[in-house]
Design a protein around this ligand. Structure first.
Ligand SMILES: [Zn+2]
Length: 306
């Protein structure tokens, strides 16, 4: 659980280096601020690198595997896709880049499911690395594409090869999708995009029921406007109130997939059940957001007394 005290300690410990005024030319873009959370140091660039990896990481399948219950991982090394299987057909979360769709299809097949049986396509947020492939998935499967209302303008701008972005149903915060005995709840967790969506569902496994959270990215943009800050304030409150046993994310590094997968193959008890780390990623991103805002204010204040 997130501790306010720990967070304050982190921010106080954060070294804020304000750029010195430029003499003849603008300074190179700085990789600041630097924040330390749970003993790990992060910068804006290190978070981006951790999320995206190399081009090869973005397009190479991560071994497809069962996460829990009827939830499976079918994405690449750095871009998550999740398949939720039901007797009525399947739900896919995140098509990722269009060039990955065939790779996802192969992973679905490898797990013994039919890609053609995907009936619903949803996603975490309207950026190309998560939703560029939507039109192709729809073309191949006929799936209904559902999206948070606030992300629709950004989605409509994602048009690979000039294809219009399919949107069959617009969702509101708290809306449920019930299909084949599974219910997914869409929670608006804006900030990274205006319609960023965190999905929750209950999965049954070994006679128990687990709360699964498919988190969107909570990474703030380079410049934090007042609007974005207030979106994130709401988001960080919303997500910490969600029931959670199994934290997942739209980039595998957000939930330590590689380490957990290694435990999985070693035959340990399900490593994806990790309630102690449900809000670890939010803690990192909130520390970064607060430090960015502080740095922006320091820069503005310094500018005004000059
Ligand atoms: Zn994004």
């Amino acid at each position: 659980m997130f501790s306010n005290f720990a967070f304050r300690a982190v921010v106080l410990a954060t070294a804020l280096v304000v750029p010195t005024p430029s003499v003849a030319q603008a300074p190179p873009p700085l990789d600041q601020p630097v924040v330390t959370v749970r003993g790990q140091t992060y910068t804006p660039r290190s978070i981006l690198a951790r999320n995206m990896g190399t081009d090869e990481d973005q397009t190479t399948a991560f071994p497809p595997h069962k996460v829990i219950g009827n939830v499976y991982y079918v994405g690449t090394r750095t871009l998550s896709s999740f398949l939720i299987t039901t007797p009525a057909g399947h739900i896919l979360i995140n098509s990722t880049y269009e060039r990955n769709v065939r790779t996802i299809q192969k992973s679905v097949t490898q797990l013994g499911f039919k890609f053609d049986d995907i009936r619903i396509l949803i996603a975490t947020h309207a950026h190309g690395d998560h939703q560029e492939g939507d039109a192709l998935v729809k073309e191949l499967t006929g799936a209904q594409v559902m999206a948070m209302r606030e992300d629709v303008p950004a989605l409509e701008a994602i048009r690979p090869g000039g294809k219009a972005h399919p949107i069959d149903r617009m969702l509101r915060d708290g809306e449920q999708i019930t299909f084949g005995g599974s219910t997914l709840v869409a929670r608006l967790t804006a900030g990274h995009t205006h319609g960023s969506t965190t999905w929750t569902m209950k999965a049954q496994d070994g006679g128990r029921i687990f709360d699964v959270v498919f988190a969107s990215s909570y990474r703030s943009p380079a410049t934090v406007t007042a609007e974005i800050e207030s979106e994130f304030n709401r988001t960080f409150t919303t997500i910490r109130a969600l029931p959670c046993d199994v934290p997942l994310g739209d980039h595998p590094a957000q939930y330590n997939l590689a380490a957990k997968y290694a435990q999985l193959t070693a035959g340990a008890s399900n490593p994806f059940v990790d309630p102690g780390n449900c809000w670890g990623e939010a803690e990192i991103q909130e520390a970064m957001l607060r430090a960015q805002v502080q740095m922006q204010k320091a820069t503005v204040n310094r500018g005004s007394v000059r």
